[in-house]
Design a protein around this ligand. Structure first.
Ligand SMILES: [Zn+2]
Length: 351
């Protein structure tokens, strides 16, 4: 099995499908179809030049879904030739995530298991035209989704990440000539006082690497002339929330501190949360522990991933990826043994 996964990874890495290169992305998906052959049903999508492919075995009603992306970040030409040193496979996309895509394809071809496989080509750009586009248009609801993206090893099972919330807080005052400041109301000073208040109550309340909400002021603007009292000042907060806080409760809390300033939501991204008591999750955990011979760690990530898009649709998902390293950097690698273990874990999960 190792050899088949290795050969396919080599072929996938050799196509420099950097995000946005439509021709190369098409080429990868053609290779995928050629590899799997006629025993599968293919549905192709394209949005803004980004192709995606949904695959399922013929005459099978899938219950689960594997999700992968075939786009990679740019690299020097020699990185598109896979090289091997011991157990490590080096190359652009080896770890992120053509190796895992190859293992998933070999699994699907050999077992015809009840899985959909979704392959997208814009994950590195935010998935707007891939996973997001797909979930908006296709009415299928898998019972469980596995995303083997990342490099933490299969035993690191990620079930949560935070949701982003960007707020704009606007302070109003009264404009005046700076020589006659008593005639004005300085919005910049109001903002400054609010920042001190927010800092005491929220900004400095965090512990490194802990699972709780964080608030970061990231931008402030005020004033349009050096001799004018500013009548307006705006502060921007970048907040990362957990499943424990709702957007409305956060906005309420901020409003209490900065009142009467105006609080607006500029951007809001969903959080990812899967209950570790979910039966398929537990099943996958058991399969992983059996195949690797090691206990799983159930953990979280701070930054957003595609998994949030499934949480928004109330589809349970997990991220667990083969062991690798140096993703998005020179020296990107993946462990071939770990790819084979991904294959075996999927086989065990389906058995
Ligand atoms: Zn990735």
């Amino acid at each position: 099995m190792q050899k088949e996964i290795l050969d396919l990874t080599k072929k996938l890495v050799a196509i420099a499908s950097v995000s946005g290169d439509e021709k190369r992305a098409d080429e990868v998906l053609s290779l995928v179809k050629k590899y799997l052959g006629s025993g599968f049903v293919y549905r192709e999508f394209k949005s803004a030049g980004f192709p995606s492919l949904l695959i399922k075995p013929k005459a099978v009603n899938p219950r689960f879904m594997l999700v992968g992306h075939i786009d990679v970040v740019p690299a020097s030409p020699e990185m598109f030739k896979l090289s091997q040193k011991g157990d490590k496979l080096f190359g652009r996309g080896a770890g992120d995530m053509k190796g895992a895509v190859a293992a998933s394809l070999v699994f699907l071809k050999k077992t015809k298991a009840p899985f959909w496989l979704l392959l997208t080509s814009d994950e590195e750009l935010g998935s707007e035209n891939g996973t997001k586009y797909f979930l908006q248009r296709v009415q299928i609801k898998p019972q469980f989704v596995i995303i083997p993206d990342g490099d933490g090893g299969l035993n690191k099972m990620i079930t949560r990440h935070k949701g982003v919330l960007v707020l704009k807080i606007t302070f109003h005052g009264k404009a005046a000539h700076s020589a006659y400041l008593w005639e004005g109301g300085n919005a910049l000073i109001k903002m400054g006082r609010a920042i001190v208040d927010l800092d005491k109550k929220l900004f400095s309340q965090y512990r490194k690497d802990a699972w709780h909400i964080t608030y970061a002021p990231t931008k402030a603007e005020s004033g349009d002339a050096l001799n004018k009292i500013p009548d307006c000042a705006s502060l921007y907060l970048n907040i990362r929330r957990t499943e424990k806080e709702s957007v409305s409760s956060i906005v309420r809390e901020i409003k209490k501190i900065v009142s009467p300033a105006k609080v607006e939501i500029l951007d809001e991204g969903g959080l990812f949360f899967t209950d570790p008591k979910n039966k398929y999750f537990q099943h996958l955990q058991k399969s992983t522990e059996e195949v690797t011979g090691r206990k799983c760690e159930i953990t979280f990530e701070h930054g957003a991933t595609d998994a949030r898009l499934f949480s928004e649709k109330k589809i349970p998902a997990v991220m667990a990826a083969p062991k690798g390293g140096k993703l998005h950097a020179p020296g990107e690698w993946v462990s071939l043994k770990s790819l084979e273990k991904l294959y075996q874990t999927l086989v065990d999960f389906t058995a």
